[in-house]
Design a protein around this ligand. Structure first.
Ligand code: SIN
Length: 519
């Protein structure tokens, strides 16, 4: 018999948004945090860059607002951006008061870093280039002794339990293959992004678009899925990427060069090496397709090893001699601007289902995220959601008898994960066009069962469910990319090359709840 549990709140995922929400909500509610692998496996833990926040005396939230809007190609939701940049300073001060420690100079002042498309230094770091890990460790440490929060590792969420557009919890599969049900008054998706759908990515390998797929099957609105940010500089060794080389390295003066030492970004954009990520990624991509190898020249950075200990370790582990001053790089999928459509409190279009962090789309990032705004987004919108839910008590919480129709899929034909990643990289990557997108969609559709909404998890392994979610998320991104016939930020169509006059003014708003492909 299937085991059943009941919680006030279930949170899916263990990145910064999930942990902040759990911490804040635990004053009012019992919380279960579920993660499909270990609690440290998240993009938050890997974030090197930092937290962008207008804390310096010379700065003001309105400057941070403008930089966020310009980076987002004005596709951003202005109210969401205001919330982000206005709430950020006080929430960061609050974390510091609770004991979170960011890097300081010899006189005890916070050190503020520079990153691409920021008009001034405003990035907080911890451990040099280990900011995400420091924040996650700090939060996990707080939760360790919190009896109101239970963190369950190695548990896969198979489906959200939804009836009549109301979410009642989750169906999960344990590591031993048992299916269980966790009923909850409120369910929060904080499952991260989708970088793992691509061969080259900075993301944790577990981050493969599960959240989008779960929300889609639950009938939630999805929006802006075509906007995928490629980070320009991932360490590239013998045809494989090995990890992120933070933009903060270029912030400290590093430049992109060809093998012959020519500056790649000269004459391409006024901000040169600190141009928006989509511009830099496209330029590296173009050079690589022309047979060039591109390097980050770091020779001018003093005390590189001290400022960037994580990157130093990564390079040394992979046989790079940093005294030569050059790191080979390629772009890779980094951040998903689109996701599950939510309001500022994280409410999705399904009642009692919320989403925060990278899986959610408040519209705050527009078509392209500004560097170091993602940890900030997690902190700010998890707090907004917690403040909203803290005193909510549904008096009508009654578990319905049958929650969802499960169609049995007995013979799923599934490709290898690497095949999906290769198709996405080639056709739905940095540069797209209609022919390539159609090719990708047809390829994906041969594996997606016709007329399917849910599937019988008993019959499928964790691996199969993961691949199925990847196919579904990849199909949704591809379909959205076909629908948007323009180039803007993280969505570049070579058949609709960008016209600056358009994308700085025109704002296309579309709730892209993509219909099932069999419809
Ligand atoms: C980086 O360190 O370059 C990544 C930071 C970010 O994506 O915000």
């Amino acid at each position: 018999m299937t085991r059943k549990h009941i919680a006030d709140v279930v949170i899916i995922g263990s990145g910064i948004a999930a942990l902040i929400a759990a911490d804040r909500l635990s004053y009012h509610k019992n919380v279960i945090v579920i993660t499909k692998s270990k609690k440290e496996n998240s993009n938050s833990s890997r974030a090197q860059g930092g937290v962008a926040v207008a804390l310096s005396r010379n700065d003001h939230w309105s400057n941070h607002f403008s930089d966020t809007m310009v980076a987002g190609n004005f596709h951003n939701d202005e109210e969401a951006v205001e919330t982000l940049v206005q709430r950020g300073p006080e929430l960061l001060r609050g974390l510091i008061e609770k004991g979170m420690s960011f890097d300081k100079d010899a006189s005890g002042h916070l050190v503020l870093g520079q990153e691409g498309a920021h008009g001034m230094r405003r990035i907080l770091h911890a451990g040099g280039d280990a900011t995400g890990k420091a924040l996650v460790d700090f939060l996990l440490n707080r939760l360790r002794t919190n009896s109101k929060v239970k963190i369950i590792e190695d548990m896969l969420v198979v489906d959200l339990l939804v009836k009549e557009n109301h979410c009642f919890g989750v169906k999960v599969k344990t590591n031993s293959g048992k299916t269980e049900t966790i009923y909850s008054m409120y369910t929060i998706l904080a499952a991260g992004g989708s970088g793992g759908l691509y061969s080259f990515t900075s993301n944790d390998p577990t981050v493969t678009g599960d959240g989008i797929s779960l929300a889609y099957r639950a009938g939630a609105n999805l929006v802006d899925l075509e906007f995928v940010q490629f980070h320009p500089t991932l360490l590239y060794i013998k045809g494989e990427v090995k990890g992120l080389i933070s933009e903060a390295v270029r912030g400290e003066g590093a430049v992109l060069v060809t093998k012959g030492g020519n500056r790649l970004m000269r004459g391409i954009h006024p901000q040169e090496d600190l141009a928006p990520r989509d511009v830099v990624s496209r330029e590296i991509n173009r050079a690589v397709l022309n047979g060039e190898q591109i390097f980050l020249d770091i020779s001018m950075i003093k005390e590189f090893k001290k400022r960037f200990p994580t990157i130093t370790e990564l390079c040394e582990e992979n046989g790079i001699d940093l005294t030569l001053g050059k790191i080979p790089v390629v772009p890779g999928a980094h951040f998903h601007m689109g996701g599950v459509e939510v309001n500022k409190q994280g409410q999705t279009s399904v009642e009692h289902l919320y989403a925060i962090g990278e899986v959610a789309c408040t519209g705050v990032h527009g078509a392209n995220r500004l560097a170091s705004n993602s940890l900030l987004e997690g902190i700010v919108f998890a707090n907004e959601l917690a403040a909203h839910l803290a005193f909510e008590h549904p008096d009508d919480f009654e578990i319905p008898s049958i929650l969802s129709d499960v169609r049995r899929i007995n013979e799923l034909q599934l490709p290898e994960k690497e095949e999906i990643k290769a198709v996405m990289m080639k056709y739905v990557g940095i540069v797209r066009d209609e022919t390539g997108l159609q090719t990708a969609r047809e390829w994906l559709e041969q594996y997606l069962p016709i007329d399917n909404t849910n599937f019988d998890s008993e019959a499928l392994t964790h691996e199969q469910i993961g691949i199925y979610n990847m196919l579904q998320a990849a199909w949704l991104i591809t379909t959205s990319a076909l629908l948007r016939e323009e180039s803007r930020g993280g969505h570049y169509r070579s058949d609709f090359p960008e016209e600056e006059a358009n994308w700085t003014k025109k704002k296309i708003v579309r709730n892209c709840h993509v219909p099932a492909h069999s419809a």
